[in-house]
Design a protein around this ligand. Structure first.
Ligand code: PLP
Length: 406
């Protein structure tokens, strides 16, 4: 399909509203994305006609809902090119996906004095679980340093890898800086030491083609709501060889095979990791969102967003005193910036009053902002429904904030 921005914009009803009597310009896509009508319709259809608990009913509706849910799994398996559909575990989001692996892997494979490697630019979701695990197990958390542009220092990573390294967890794209990390290379290097790698794909999935077999990652995690699907849906991809070895994370219905008062045997994959009733409507919404993206084409999306990012960068740096934090060679759809000495929160408040939704603060990535020695940034993050006119309105709002606050 060709990239038709007018049609795309029409597909997203949330974009066509006014706030403070001004047309909304939504530039907070790294926090969450808006939903196309197709996704909204899918949720309504499920709740209107198909609502039923899955996997345990012989009645018609339950079987229909189960089939739809399992079809979604097959579609997502194909979308990220996993080898098997039972390698797709449904979760409520990236945070839960990472916690499942930290907890299960930690229980079985982490010992005193072992080491886990993360990077300076991790979101708290891919930092705190590993930090807490290390504290509990008397293991050590090692951190890949970055340069001034916000790029990983690969040679330093090489030095951190050794026979004590048990796990590497790394973000695909930094939500605070926009850096696209060379994850394939990192995975290759870690595998030379037989170390498994988890990729936090929360920001990767909306902007890049994800092929987990090509990346050869051991785990890949993402959230539905960052990819035009409802909140409460998420995916944990894991290689079968790892998922088979790891113990379950939560216990309850669905994840069991046979239960007596003395003993329980666990269900096969993927159900071993899906205790309790899943968020069926959100998962069906996620399938619809990924189908929507497929129809436009992720390559078309990436090209369009790249053009938008370049335009926004070029226009923003014309503003005197504006400093972009995160200037990596390879970047996706995020511009974090500071305007002179203006506090990001104050700037964000005025930008919002101009109808432009941006995020301010530490973006749940406090350590990387500490590294830059700043309390936070203003962050504009783009999706494929944004336009150069949206960027112009952002620039206008920034100029207004500068005029009022300087
Ligand atoms: N990792 C990254 C890089 C993120 O940007 C986010 C959310 O902003 C998360 C993890 C956490 O995602 P969620 O809150 O959907 O679990």
């Amino acid at each position: 399909m060709t990239f038709d921005i007018n049609k795309i914009q029409k597909d997203f009803p949330a974009l066509h509203q006014e706030i403070y009597k001004k047309p909304l310009v939504y530039l907070d896509n790294a926090a969450t994305t808006q939903k196309p009508q197709a996704v909204i319709d899918r949720i309504i259809k499920y709740n209107t006609y198909e609502n039923s608990n899955i996997h345990r009913g012989v009645h018609y509706l339950s079987q229909e809902a189960t089939n739809a849910f399992e079809q979604a799994r097959i579609f997502i398996k194909e979308y990220i090119n996993a080898a098997e559909s039972h390698e797709i575990i449904f979760t409520k989001g990236t945070t839960e996906s990472i916690n499942i692996i930290a907890s299960s892997f930690g229980k079985k494979f982490l010992n005193k004095d072992d080491e886990i490697i993360i990077s300076t630019m991790e979101h708290h979701s891919n930092l705190v679980p590993w930090q807490q695990l290390c504290i509990e197990n008397e293991a050590h958390l090692k951190v890949i340093p970055i340069n001034e542009k916000g790029e990983l220092l690969i040679d330093e990573f090489k030095k951190l890898l050794n026979e004590k390294t048990k796990f590497v967890a790394l973000t695909h794209i930094s939500n605070a800086l926009g850096t696209i990390n060379p994850v394939k290379k990192i995975i290759e290097m870690a595998h030379k030491f037989d170390v498994p790698v988890l990729i936090d794909g929360a920001q990767g999935i909306p902007h890049l083609k994800i092929d987990v077999q090509n990346l050869d990652c051991d785990f890949y995690c993402f959230s539905g709501h960052k990819v035009f699907a409802p909140m409460g849906s998420g995916v944990l991809y894991g290689k079968e060889k790892w998922l088979e070895k790891l113990p379950p994370f939560q216990f309850g219905g669905e994840m069991v095979e046979n239960v007596t008062f003395e003993k329980t045997t666990f269900n096969e994959l993927p159900f071993k990791f899906e205790a309790g009733t899943p968020n069926v409507e959100s998962i069906l919404g996620l399938e619809t969102a990924l189908k929507y993206i497929s129809e436009i084409g992720i390559k078309n999306i990436a090209d369009y967003e790249n053009d938008l990012l370049n335009y926004a960068t070029k226009e923003l740096i014309k503003i005197e005193g504006l400093r972009i934090i995160g200037t990596a060679e390879k970047k996706a759809s995020v511009i974090s910036f500071l305007i002179g000495n203006i506090h990001p929160y104050d700037a964000g408040t005025i930008i919002d009053r101009m109808g432009v939704a941006v995020r301010t603060g530490h973006h749940c990535a406090q350590p990387v902002l500490d590294w830059f020695n700043i309390p936070g940034t203003v962050r504009a993050s783009f999706a494929f429904y944004n336009t150069k006119e949206d960027v112009d309105k952002l620039v206008e709002a920034v100029l207004q904030a500068k005029k009022m606050l300087e």
